[in-house]
Ligand binder design. Structure first.
Ligand code: XMP
Ligand code: MG
Length: 184
């Protein structure tokens, strides 16, 4: 185990590195079956997707391309503001492309509801939403994932790309942050 000065801020581990790896491979196998003949475009939602995206595209050995979009609605807090901003726009034409949207967590649904409409307005042929984590208990928008890694309880989770105020993204597992860390 690597040394860590972040472990002290984690209340409990929800999913270990091994559990994540096994589940991501299952997801990759599922995507392979669906997209083997479609030359899909993976669209990662920055910043949270960066670790999951890296693992998912290697677990999905399909001829494909990658793209990223930066979206923000949390402003360093633990609750969605509801207003989604594009912090980095798509850098290419997505007209008639089969998109695989890669998100870290589907929570209130504000981010993906916004993104789904945005991608449709840009002429996507199809949109498949893949999220590592799904927190259905807090949904505000009628949006569902086509493929979700794990369903998580209503707690603020970090690690494996997910942050609190941009920190903890490099924690290798998914854990629940101690409430005293964000109520300070
Ligand atoms: P919404 O609420 O729009 O959330 O579905 C999507 C984005 O918000 C971030 N998010 C979280 N990040 N722990 C985090 O580290 C959480 O529990 C959490 N809930 C939402 C995340 O970036 C996601 O893309
Ligand atoms: Mg995100």
């Amino acid at each position: 185990m690597a040394k860590s000065n972040m472990e002290q801020d984690i209340l409990k581990v929800l999913y270990t590195e091994e559990e994540i790896k096994a589940r991501v491979q299952e997801m990759g196998d599922e995507l392979y079956e669906k997209f083997a003949d479609k030359n899909p475009l993976f669209v990662g939602v920055l910043n949270g997707c960066f670790i999951f995206m890296a693992d998912l595209v290697r677990a999905t050995q399909v001829k494909s391309e990658l793209e990223f979009i930066g979206l923000s609605s949390y402003h360093n807090g633990v609750k969605s503001s509801g207003v989604v901003q594009i912090t980095r726009d798509l850098q290419r034409d997505i007209t008639d492309r089969h998109l695989i949207v890669v998100e870290d967590i589907l929570d209130s649904g504000n981010t993906l509801a916004f993104l789904n409409n945005y991608l449709l307005s840009k002429g996507a042929a199809s949109i498949t939403i893949v999220t590592l984590l799904d927190k259905p208990s807090r949904r505000e928008k009628a949006i569902t994932a086509d493929l979700a890694g794990f369903v998580v309880p209503d707690e603020f989770v970090v690690g494996y790309g997910l942050d609190y105020a941009q920190q903890y993204r490099n924690v290798p597992y998914i854990g629940v942050l101690k409430p005293e860390v964000y109520s300070k």
